[in-house]
Design a protein around this ligand. Structure first.
Ligand SMILES: NC(=O)c1ccc[n+]([C@@H]2O[C@H](COP(=O)([O-])OP(=O)(O)OC[C@H]3O[C@@H](n4cnc5c(N)ncnc54)[C@H](OP(=O)(O)O)[C@@H]3O)[C@@H](O)[C@H]2O)c1
Length: 262
């Protein structure tokens, strides 16, 4: 990766910086609060005005909060031949091109999730028509440093994507909390119930990552007929239970994502 400009180096920006720094020639990072442990190939500045005038990035990675985009982005409009890679939630391709004042600007909109901060993310991206195949490959390479990447052609799909993988980590954390609370109600100490719930999710995730089997096959493998797991799953997977509840929850998330981006 040749030259990158990273605008915003908070939680997500610093994860992206860690991922891309080893394989990039030169990165300029704009971050008003400073950054700890800046690698040698990184120039840190606190505002767009301090970017070296000769710096001509292949990609401008936008990792600031969505609400500051209209104020922050116009200062980067001069990078017309760069691809803008935005991870700002709810900021559509059209809105980004309007803020940049250039309908022909190459822009990729990506939706990462929280595990991207440890390189285990799931990012879904969509490109506008101006993005070249080289720019697409560069964005894919950048995003891959934070985990798995999938592309969609239809930007409207970013709303259901947000409901599945964007908000998904919170559903898993809520499951840990619910399992721990239920364990306590069954007589375990709060500490033990919390440890069991947490490690069960960690271990099951790791197993899912290692195994070639589907989640359904893994579930079936631990469910003996007439056993304890089956007794629990009869309740969890019943009509109006977990699958219907998950659908309701994700429909709400997707609808809210649509509202926030319109
Ligand atoms: N965190 C997630 O799980 C997640 C998931 C999907 C998408 N995203 C998206 O990722 C983006 C970044 O989220 P985050 O959680 O990393 O936020 P964050 O930790 O607040 O990072 C944003 C950073 O940008 C800085 N900043 C503000 N104004 C700036 C400017 N003019 N130029 C350069 N930097 C500036 C902020 O400084 P101040 O704090 O001083 O304002 C902050 O350090 C958001 O758009 C969000 O929607 C995040």
């Amino acid at each position: 990766m040749a030259k990158l400009l990273l605008v915003g180096c908070g939680k997500m920006g610093s994860a992206i910086l860690c991922g891309v720094a080893p394989s990039t020639e030169h990165i300029v990072v704009v971050e008003p609060n400073g950054v700890d442990d800046v690698p040698l190939n990184v120039t840190l500045v606190s505002s767009a005005e301090e970017i070296p005038p000769s710096f001509d990035p292949d990609a401008v990675i936008v990792a600031v909060k969505p609400q500051v985009i209209p104020k922050v982005l116009p200062a980067y409009a001069r990078f017309k031949s760069s691809v803008f890679l935005s991870i700002a939630a709810g900021q559509t391709l059209l809105r980004l091109s309007e803020v940049l004042g250039n309908p022909a600007q190459s822009i990729v909109r990506a939706m990462p999730n929280l595990p991207a901060s440890i390189g285990k993310g799931m990012t879904v991206a969509v490109a506008n028509k101006s993005v070249t195949s080289l720019q697409l490959a560069l964005c894919e390479k950048i995003l891959r440093t934070a985990g798995e990447v999938a592309w969609v052609d239809d930007e409207a799909l970013i709303d259901p994507v947000t409901a599945v993988s964007g908000s998904g980590p919170a559903y898993i954390f809520a499951l840990v909390e619910a399992m721990a609370r239920a364990g306590e109600r069954l007589g375990l100490s709060a500490e033990l119930a919390s440890k069991l719930a947490r490690q069960t999710i960690i271990g099951s995730g790791a197993l899912l990552a290692q195994s070639e089997q589907s989640a359904t096959a893994l579930r079936q493998a631990v469910t003996s007929p007439g056993g304890t797991t089956e007794a629990a799953l009869k309740i969890l997977l019943a009509e109006k239970a977990l699958p219907d509840l998950m659908l309701d929850a994700m429909q709400a998330a997707s609808a809210r994502a649509k509202e926030l981006s319109s």
